[in-house]
Design a protein around this ligand. Structure first.
Ligand SMILES: [Zn+2]
Length: 159
């Protein structure tokens, strides 16, 4: 019995939507186009239910990653706001508004760093699934972390 294609699936709404091919649930070998439903790599039978379960799990990771990427991008802007607050605080040094802005900057910096961290906390996909996921937004995550950490360090140092 050939592998069925009717259940080819999509990771809905991703940046790079791709169909998920039938793959071996034991070793991850891509079984697309094979005449038999036995994995040529490890001999495992293709069991559709098992495959669907794995696809569901991958979709959850994809969802988590999309959210983490979104928050990291938000964190980037929060980080810029933190830098602006801290910068204005330096300009107004000595006044009360300076203290207020420094505290606001530190809080925003903390938020930015926290938002950036999310991207690193999403679990790693199995090796067959990495290609199907949207890319991790490391640039936004790192920018959020660096802006956040720099502002917090600056505020503590200048106190
Ligand atoms: Zn296999």
């Amino acid at each position: 019995m050939p592998i069925e294609y009717d259940d080819l699936d999509r990771i809905a709404g991703t940046d790079r939507p791709r169909e998920i091919p039938p793959f071996c649930t034991a070793c991850g070998y891509n079984l697309t186009g094979l005449p038999s439903n036995r994995c040529p790599e490890c001999g495992q039978m293709f069991i559709k239910v098992e495959w669907q379960k794995k696809v569901e799990k991958l979709k959850l990771i994809a969802e988590e990653l999309r959210e983490a990427n979104w928050w990291a991008r938000a964190g980037f802007f929060v980080g810029i706001a933190a830098v602006i607050c801290a910068g204005v605080a330096v300009l107004l040094r000595g006044s009360w508004s300076s203290v207020f802005l420094a505290v606001a900057g530190a809080v925003l910096g903390l938020c930015a760093a926290f938002l950036g961290l999310g991207v690193f906390r999403v679990p790693r996909p199995p090796k067959w699934g990495g290609e199907l996921l949207p890319a991790r937004d490391y640039p936004s995550a790192l920018a959020s972390l660096i802006f956040g950490a720099a502002v917090i360090a600056g505020v503590i140092w200048s106190w």
